[in-house]
Design a protein around this ligand. Sequence first.
Ligand code: TYM
Length: 337
Amino acid sequence: MTDPRPMRVFSGVQPTANAHLGNYLGAIRRFVPLQDEGECIFCVVDLHAVTVPQDPKMLAAQTREIAAVYMAAGIDPARSIIFVQSSVSAHAELAWLLNCVARMGWLERMTQFKEKSGENAERSSVGLFAYPVLMAADILAYRATHVPVGEDQKQHLELARDIAARFNKEFKAEDHFPLPAPLIGATAARVMNLQDGTKKMSKSDPAELSRINLADSDDVIVRKMKKARTDAEPLPLDVAGLAGRPEVDNLVGIYAALSDLSKQAVLDEFAGAGFGVFKPRLADLAVSVLAPVREAMQVYLADPAQLDALLRDGSLKADVIARPILQQTREAMGFWS
Ligand code: TYM
């Protein structure tokens, strides 16, 4: 059945250091064509970033950096809303209301909390535990219908749907919140660590060689691709031959995503070739895609006043949508107003 509602897209990226190839291929790049399909709202989620310690001297700069990445990737602030989460108070307010709808047991099942808190869950911030509820608030504050994300956010999206459904039922407000649909890419939904193909490429990995940052120079991209871990076998004939070779599978997946091909199409070209052939081609391809993004990013970052003006404009537009939805949510819950 087709959805009768107009499509409204919402997504967010945290302003932590080191936005990387995984963020770009798994999420940001995929935001761009959605601008032709529906109303798009893209957020720099600074309230999420502070669930783990951030350097207060760096946070604003990192926030501008993600806004610059959005625009450098092709998000047009004249067609889409780009804004900073903490500048629209509806996010934090709705998160509190939804904290009282979500259940402890639901959050305890979140694998990302377990991964991020590690052995030290007791010492984690309460914010880190409640993080997925804030994410649900981000989405539901706009009644967004579609949420493009990497695969690691799938469980959080399911939680957002559970929270929306429970709110609608508990407050007898059928359809108050639409259940948001995740949009997860067919390739590069989970880009892996270049040194260990069993781990996700991540901003927080201390090993620089584990990821390609969007700010990396051409030389650094080439060096990191050259040093990416592989094995001694040549590239296989087909996708089945990638089984049990996580690093090789990852590099083929990156090549496929960067060139908009399927993994099989990549193997059709490189089957039987060694990494001495494949890696330089992959490095060239990565440079050809990432250099223009990096250069455009630098242009936006060179004019922070202009960037701030765009973000303030985005906040106003976001607030116009979120404020009445928050008000209707308060009314459904019976708050005095
Ligand atoms: P964040 O900042 O960790 O990541 C931003 C986006 O990048 C995707 N991603 C990846 N995709 C493929 N391979 C990887 N190795 C990889 N690493 C990250 C993430 O899935 C994400 O789409 N909780 C979110 C931010 C958020 C949000 C939201 C997203 C807050 N509120 C509302 C959507 C809707 C996060 O931590 O993203």
